[in-house]
Design a protein around this ligand. Structure first.
Ligand code: ZN
Ligand code: ZN
Length: 176
């Protein structure tokens, strides 16, 4: 997601822009582009441009319980200051203190590229174990049946190791 910010860089500190965006972005290395939309606000700071973005993307994945294909919405709240590599008025290359070495940069053509921030924030906000719906019952570990659609006859209580020994004991008592 690219923005030409040459005009904003020429304005005084505190000047701002807001953009409604609807775009495609790659949220993971090698992953196909996914739709991404929301609001991007930019404000000129003394050193560069502060970006505040509220973005939502939809990511194709599998439910971690029942493995159905699903679309996971992922919200991102991006807050980053981008620093220009060159002075917009003079074209002179700028240097920043080490403390700012981690900041994102605006390249020498005054393009502010949000792609890397989107990848990083996506990684932070993508649920580790996506679930297709509240209370997805998942698959039976024995027969693989989707327990959202069907009941299987596997005895699930015995498969819980906390109960296994007790149930075996009870069964043995029953036989005596
Ligand atoms: Zn599921
Ligand atoms: Zn089963």
């Amino acid at each position: 997601m690219y923005f030409n910010v040459s005009q904003l860089l020429k304005e005084s500190s505190g000047s701002a822009r807001a953009y409604k965006v609807s775009d495609f972005a790659s949220v993971q290395d090698g992953a196909p582009m996914t739709p991404i939309s929301g609001m991007v606000k930019m404000m000129r700071t003394d050193a560069g441009i502060w970006v505040s973005a509220q973005l939502t993307t939809y990511f194709d994945c599998e439910c971690s319980r029942c493995v159905i294909e699903m679309e996971q919405p992922v919200d991102m709240s991006i807050e980053e200051e981008y620093l220009p590599e060159i002075d917009v008025h003079t074209g002179v290359r700028l240097h920043f203190p080490d403390a700012m070495s981690e900041n994102f940069h605006i390249d020498h053509t005054h393009i502010l590229d949000m792609s890397e921030a989107i990848r990083q924030y996506f990684g932070l906000n993508m649920p580790f174990k996506p679930v297709c719906r509240d209370g997805c019952k998942g698959l039976c570990l024995t027969c693989g049946a989707d327990l959202n659609d069907t009941c299987c006859s596997c005895d699930k209580i015995v498969r819980d190791p906390r109960w296994g020994a007790l149930l075996e004991f009870a069964a043995a008592q029953g036989r005596n």
